[in-house]
Design a protein around this ligand. Structure first.
Ligand code: ADP
Ligand code: MG
Length: 699
């Protein structure tokens, strides 16, 4: 079959692997399982790691517990006796140092694949077996005498992700042939000038070096080049989106400032220097004639809401309307209360628009929004999806979101006269991640807390301390404080979790704190009930609020001084930090108690330790990123951003910065990549962003 194909068309990057010599339909099916369909796909199937097989460990030098790769000639084979599958296959090998044994467990068929006299490379860990030191084999390969290319041994050998029925060696040999024959056909993406400036290898060389490097230096250079491409293509997309924004006409809002002055005068505190600084950024953007596109980052409790209220006030004073979007209804309701308190004394009408409203009420409110009577609308993210009509929308504030992707932001921009967009996030994220996730936004950071905030004391406790913890809560409440008791709630076991929280609330009320008032708050309650409970907690009428994670974001009750988290091991790190942010908001010393049960896994242990160690949201975010890995931490698929082939946000932060600067340089000269020198980049960009950049229609 291969022969007939070969006479038809030469093999190229687009050729299905099935038609490559030595690959038949069966192997092609296995390759497809790894997402490899064409020659081009295979070239970008990069190794998981490389193994240094340039220096083999002499058989006589094997030590128990040490990882080693040995090479020797097979002298003898003793397979396990029939029916004794638990026993290993023992292979006696000889090398220059003498004799040694390699043991293979659970793979009796290896005995049939290996013959006396053959050279064998074995990789594994030294171990004692039957009073002798042998190598417990993890990977093995035979080396044919006639094998001219040292691809499986004597080199930095690539180890690939494989699948059942697709042996490592077979895949490696195939890739060797494909890289040799086709790497040079891959189009160079980078203009020569960029490569020279950044000292980057040509793409074809990088591909060769990423698979079959001649040295460690070559491997590193290859990965640097490929990581650079990953970052550059992401940052270029962002740079293009941004440069378009600044070339678009948006609304220019220049309030007279009288209303703003009244709002500032009404605050019981002065803004912190950090708040002043970010407010300056925002005010400048709002006055400019292009749409604002800014991320406001600040740790929990740093005072983002007040800054957002100033922006809303400025928009209204300039004759526009503002929309404020929160991720949950309960938080939208909380914002309603805050914004009303701040803005209604100034004559600004604030209203809520959520799915919980009765149809008639909704219609009335929508009409008031359309007529322009309402200055500020608060809702959930659904506001974006719905066709709410504004008379003159000038500002959209998107609060507390990590789930709000580039596309939703784009959708927002499509509303009205390209409103200014302010995104607020309470999860401080490391700079690398901010550049990756929000590269299309300008960033302002509130990097200090309002004065007088005392850091929350965090402790980890186990079940044995429960009675002492309750005694502590009682003391705090006797001093006039209030406390939260939080339960985890995960979707899969929602009902069970809900029951646990409900039972606990009842038990606390009846048996532990009969003289106090215990309240229960969870997401399944009707919104009036949630509202009523929150209001009485705020008013001090509830002493102990048992809650599921609905209180995670935004809730502001300064009198609460203790956050007790049950099953703390079940929460993610950023969730724990958010929860802790619910206390320490007043002048009192506050506490966060992490109650754990059972033996903690390694990751849970590190999460708890990080919480106890630091209050700094940025440090917490770094640890979170390390624990979860960038993939999960930032969910590329969800955000709709291009995926990385090799770039690693933790390891390659410096490359990211370089790529970002390069992206800015490139777009400054040629914003839509129209010049012939940018052809390669343009093509790569379109592929990576899967059409979401809309380059073609513009260029
Ligand atoms: P964030 O939204 O960033 O978590 P908030 O805006 O909810 O923080 O502010 C937390 C608390 O701090 C609120 O009670 C708010 O009134 C108060 N606050 C905000 N700014 C200041 C300030 N400059 N000085 C004192 N208190 C402030
Ligand atoms: Mg907030």
């Amino acid at each position: 079959m291969t022969e007939t194909r070969q006479t038809r068309a030469p093999v190229g990057l687009g050729t299905p692997l099935q038609y490559v010599k030595g690959v038949g339909p069966q192997r092609a099916t296995q390759l497809a399982k790894k997402g490899l369909t064409t020659v081009g796909d295979a070239l970008f199937h990069l190794p998981l790691r490389h193994e240094d097989r340039t220096r083999f460990t002499p058989l006589r030098a094997l030590r128990p517990g040490e990882v080693a790769t040995c090479s020797g000639v097979v002298i003898g084979l003793s397979p396990p006796p029939p029916g004794r599958h638990r026993q290993p296959l023992a292979i006696v090998l000889r090398d220059e140092s003498g004799y040694g044994t390699a043991t293979v467990f659970g793979r009796p068929w290896v005995a049939r694949a290996v013959q006396r006299g053959q050279r064998l490379i074995v990789h594994g860990r030294g171990a004692r077996y039957k009073d002798k030191i042998s190598l417990h084999v993890q990977e093995w390969e035979t080396v044919d005498a006639g094998d001219d290319e040292p691809i499986h041994a004597g080199a930095l050998v690539p180890v690939y992700s494989t699948t059942e029925g697709l042996p490592q060696q077979a895949l490696r040999s195939l890739l060797w042939r494909l890289v040799e024959a086709h790497a040079h056909e891959v189009d160079e993406t980078l203009p020569d000038a960029v490569r020279a400036r950044r000292h980057l290898a040509p793409l074809a060389d990088a591909l060769r070096g990423a698979h079959f490097p001649a040295s460690e230096a070559e491997r590193v250079a290859a990965l640097r080049r490929l990581a650079f491409d990953d970052f550059l293509l992401l940052q270029l997309g962002f740079a293009i989106l941004r440069s378009r924004t600044t070339r678009q006409r948006g609304v220019s809002m220049r309030p007279r400032g009288e209303l703003l002055a009244r709002l500032r005068a009404s605050l019981p505190f002065a803004l912190t220097p950090a708040q002043e600084r970010v407010w300056d950024d925002i005010r400048g953007d709002m006055a400019a004639p292009y749409p604002m596109h800014r991320l406001l980052q600040g740790d929990v409790g740093s005072g983002k809401t007040v800054v957002a209220a100033l922006a809303v006030c400025a928009a209204v004073e300039a004759g526009y309307q503002a929309a404020v979007m929160a991720p949950t209804e309960i938080l939208a309701e909380q914002h309603l209360a805050t914004f009303r308190r701040l803005l209604e004394p100034l004559g600004i009408k604030v209203t809520l628009l959520t799915s919980g409203l009765k149809a008639k009420e909704r219609a009335t409110r929508r009409a008031a929004i359309a007529s322009g009577e309402i200055g500020c609308v608060i809702g959930t993210h659904a506001l974006v999806q719905e066709s709410v009509e504004f008379r003159r929308l000038g500002l959209a504030v998107v609060d507390e979101q990590h789930r709000f992707g580039v596309h939703q932001r784009a959708r927002l921009k499509g509303k009205g006269e390209r409103p200014d967009v302010l995104v607020m996030t309470a999860t401080p994220i490391p700079r690398t991640l901010a550049l990756t996730l929000y590269g299309d936004l300008d960033v302002s950071v509130i990097d200090e807390l309002p004065p007088g905030r005392k850091p929350v004391t965090t402790v980890a406790r186990t079940e044995s301390k429960r009675a002492a913890i309750y005694a502590f809560l009682r003391e705090q409440i006797a001093d006039g404080r209030q406390v939260y008791v939080v339960y985890p709630l995960v979707e899969e076991s929602e009902l069970v979790d809900l029951k646990a929280a409900t039972d606990m609330a009842q038990q606390l009320q009846r048996e532990v704190f009969p003289e106090l008032v215990v309240g229960l708050l969870h997401g399944r309650l009707a919104s009036e009930d949630k509202d009523a409970i929150m209001r009485s907690f705020k008013a001090g009428a509830i002493h102990v609020l048992v809650a599921t994670t609905v209180i995670e974001v935004g809730i502001d009750v300064p009198n609460a001084s203790v956050m007790l988290i049950e099953h703390a091991e079940r929460f993610g790190l950023s969730q724990l930090h958010q929860l802790r942010g619910r206390v320490g908001r007043g002048p009192w010393k506050s506490y966060c108690i992490l109650l754990t049960s059972g033996r903690l896994g390694e990751d849970a242990e590190r999460r708890v330790a990080a919480m106890v160690e630091t209050n700094d949201g940025f440090k917490i975010a770094e640890v979170d990123l390390q624990l979860r890995g960038p993939g999960e931490f930032f969910g590329t698929r969800q955000s709709g951003l291009p995926e990385f082939r090799v770039a690693d946000l933790l390891r390659d932060a410096a490359i990211l910065e370089e790529a970002r600067r390069e992206a800015q340089t490139i777009t400054a000269e040629d914003p839509e990549l129209r010049q012939p020198a940018q052809r390669g980049l343009r093509q790569a960009l379109l592929t990576r962003w899967r059409g979401k950049l809309d380059l073609a229609s513009v260029g």
